[in-house]
Design a protein around this ligand. Structure first.
Ligand code: S3P
Length: 165
């Protein structure tokens, strides 16, 4: 089976949906952010703070390459991963890419602790979400399929993904 890759903005539900989907399909679940934290031995927010975003993106690129070599897995890619051309190519060659789409309002509601998301730890997170979403739209639109998740719970999103497979 080809991998199932979940992409989309922070708070779109990639982790929760990915774990549930992997459980139902009885396959592995991996998350690029978690792989990065394990390799760097520190939380994402500390990597941003101590080493900066370019360093984070460099590690993310290596991790995405590594994750793309897996088989039979659900892979959740960090919200900014797909922007990079190499990451997109690696993920695309490894499986089916599904984008979970969400409105800025839902993203804000879902992300309880903005401090864990360095890019949203700013004075006006809603504006930042809107701007980033707009910038990233063309990249998210490169996914094989998209699912609007605003009105759905995780079980319903998983059902939609399973219907696509
Ligand atoms: C980021 C999303 C985060 C994490 C980092 C940067 C982004 O992952 O990789 O904070 O650029 O959108 P999640 O989408 O899993 O929160």
């Amino acid at each position: 089976m080809r991998n199932i890759i979940l992409v989309g903005f922070m708070g779109a539900g990639k982790s929760v949906v990915g774990k549930l989907l992997a459980k139902k399909l009885n396959i592995d679940f991996v998350e690029s952010d978690e792989m990065i934290e394990t390799r760097e031995k520190m939380p994402i927010k500390d990597i941003f703070e101590k080493k900066g975003e370019p360093y984070f993106r460099k590690v993310e690129k290596e991790i995405v390459k590594e994750a793309s070599l897996r088989k039979n897995s659900v892979i959740s890619a960090g919200g900014g991963a797909i922007i990079d051309e190499d990451n997109f190519k690696n993920l695309k060659s490894s499986g089916i890419i599904i984008c979970l789409k969400t409105s800025p309002e839902t993203i804000l509601k879902r992300i309880k602790d903005l401090k864990t998301r360095p890019l949203l730890n700013v004075p006006d997170p809603k504006k930042q979400i809107e701007e980033l979403l707009e910038k990233r739209k063309p990249y998210y639109n490169k996914a094989d399929f998209s699912i609007e998740t605003d009105e759905l719970n995780s079980e319903q999103v998983v059902k939609k993904i399973m219907d696509l497979l």
